[in-house]
Design a binder for this molecule. Structure first.
Ligand code: ADP
Ligand code: MG
Length: 299
């Protein structure tokens, strides 16, 4: 990746930005941060000549590597809804959704698993490893990471998280590696299930006792009115968020994120964030500068 074009900032401002990061670097040294990367978060930008990694993905990878380089322990959990939809369309299969969840028959499960584990996971791992041998891709099926059971709404092979066994993640983090998790889980018989990545990220953050849980999505944060960008909620609490879930402020893909944030901050995760993953370096801005971007959820 070519370095960013020189900014218009004068040297003292640039030095100021670096100095501003210092207290955050010290505070978050050794701390686990779970970052959920939505399939929608990476709005494809026009790649310029010579780019091998899609630019938005390259910017995300750079942020994760920087976090790891200054002592944080990032864990990436990803979805891939749009990418699953693309392959289904190419194969002539009609997607069906119920309550925001994909109805998953055996063929759809195969497609979801191939796309998430074989494509999206590889793309993220590849983008990070441009910077060195850092990322290790995993499915929730690996080393008993995510145990699943069938979702009660009879959606086929859509699973709920029954348990997260963090052992494999802890081993990787102890070696300064960056785990990248595709959210397929399996039950005791080895049956695979497609699991909502928002929910899975929250469960992983809880079990790891993460300091932060960060959702990168395709909207600048949580809005008080879904269609009004000026209604961005800058900061909220678990209780407020629970009320918003009850009163219909949230719909579609924001529901599992908000529900996971509420659960996480009540289970010991320090803070949860909902950010616009399309904003270049959203992660760095949120974690290492005074003014956050997006929505901050505190207990
Ligand atoms: P991801 O791939 O990141 O999971 P989703 O499409 O599943 O993305 O979820 C984000 C979407 O949730 C937004 O693009 C928006 O359409 C929708 N949404 C529903 N309610 C809200 C709300 N109150 N504030 C912001 N976004 C909302
Ligand atoms: Mg979603």
């Amino acid at each position: 990746m070519s370095p960013a074009a020189p900014t218009q900032l004068d040297p003292s401002t640039r030095a100021g930005v670096l100095a501003e990061a210092l207290p955050y670097i010290r505070r978050f040294w050794g701390k686990v941060v779970v970052v959920k990367h939505g399939g929608n978060a990476i709005a494809p930008r026009e790649p310029s000549q010579g780019d091998t990694v899609e630019p938005a993905l390259a910017s995300f990878a750079q942020d994760v590597v920087l976090m790891s380089s200054v002592g944080m322990r990032p864990v990436v959990v990803h979805g891939g809804g749009p990418q699953i939809g693309d392959l289904m369309a190419r194969l002539g299969k009609e997607p069906e959704f119920r309550g925001g969840l994909r109805v998953t028959d055996a063929d759809t499960l195969d497609i979801a698993r191939m796309v998430l584990v074989g494509k999206v996971n590889r793309d993220i791992v590849g983008a990070i490893n441009v910077h060195g041998p850092l990322a290790v891709g995993l499915s929730g099926e690996d080393a008993g990471l995510i145990t699943a059971s069938a979702h009660p709404d009879e959606l086929g092979f859509v699973g709920e998280v029954k348990a997260v066994n963090p052992t494999i993640l802890e081993r990787l983090l102890a070696q300064d590696l960056i785990p990248v998790v595709a959210t397929i889980g399996s039950d005791a018989t080895g049956q695979a299930y497609n699991i909502n990545a928002d929910t899975a990220a929250g469960a992983v953050a809880e079990v790891l006792g993460a300091t932060k849980l960060v959702y990168l999505t395709n909207v600048e944060g949580l809005r008080r009115q879904v269609d009004d960008p000026s209604s961005l909620v800058h900061a909220t609490t678990g209780d407020e968020l629970e009320a918003m879930l009850a009163d219909g402020t949230l719909s579609d893909g924001m529901i599992p994120k908000a529900a996971a944030c509420v659960r996480a901050v009540r289970s010991g995760v320090g803070q949860a964030h909902i950010l616009d993953g399309r904003l270049p370096h959203a992660l760095l801005l949120e974690i290492y500068t005074r003014e956050g971007v997006g929505t901050l959820v505190s207990p």
